[in-house]
Design a protein around this ligand. Sequence first.
Ligand SMILES: [Ca+2]
Length: 378
Amino acid sequence: MNTRTRMSAIVAILGLAGSLALATASADESRTTGSAAQVALTEVARAQNPTAGAAGPQDTVWIAERAGTVRVLGDDGLGEPVLDISDETTTDGERGLLGLAFDEQFAHLYVSYTDLEGTSTVDEFTVQDGAVRENTRRTVLTQEQPESNHNGGAIAFGPDGHLYIALGDGGGGGDPQGNGQKLDTLLGKLLRIDPQGGDPYAIPEDNPFAGDPDARGEIWSYGLRNPWRFSFDAASGDLFIGDVGQSDWEEIDWAPASSPGGENYGWSQMEGTHPFRGGTEPANHVPPVHEYDRTGLGCSVTGGYVYRGGAIPGLAGQYVYSDYCDGTLRTLEIEDGRVTGEHDLGVNGGEVVSFAQDGDGELYVLAIGGTVSRVDPA
Ligand SMILES: [Ca+2]
């Protein structure tokens, strides 16, 4: 199987192919300052279609597998499943177990998945002594999905202690319902809720649309197409969102930790910095801090993390990301919301679908084909 055929097969497996066109070519780096950090990828485990990972209790890393299992990374790879919801999800389209997160004290585990009807679901479990208590399960939030693609699915706690949930525009291609710009739907949004503050959750009073009768109070920011992966800088608290493009532009969105929320990232009036299908740029459009086209660097951005580990000093403070179709690890240097440097780390993680960050700030690269690799110094 040649590379292109193999890539096409893999894209079909994840179901991203509908809106994607694979491209081969090389593109010049437009801005490169200094030299890239010297890194190597060390395979630390094999997983069954890993989709997400999170730092867990007692310095562990927990890995979510697409079909519905969660396993803990140990010295000899992944252990036996510590949670199994495989009879409650499917892997058609872009569905499956798509995200997991712990709260700050590792008191609760949250999982994000599509249920048997394709409905995006976030469930909560109590964690005691490092173990999931399955009889404590509670559904926190659900959102029906009109199509099987663009589910988003990433979840993470922010530095403010609230749970952020990324939801795609509902799918179908081109945002046919215009959900990205509608404030009366959770689709095409990044949400912010307090899962412990109410039943099933509370809306923080300082959310940008809390109390607005014409908007959903859960919305933190909007105008997103498929915010597949997002993260907070563990040092600064700044927010980074990798928003997968429709057909031309992959983008990374950014907001400072001091943001009051309400950012409009433009979709589906805009794709990156470009009007989409005759769209008009919203007056409050927050353009991406970085975008790239489909002429060589890939076709589906995979958002990562700002590196805050100690093993690779040359990588400190850089935002590490990749692309599902390209697999190359790349970094951005960002100052005050502006990209001041771009680097190609010269290593390839395969079909990179996700990154994970452990309690020490070290990064892991997850490829849908099954490898879990740690980013090490070369
Ligand atoms: Ca955008």
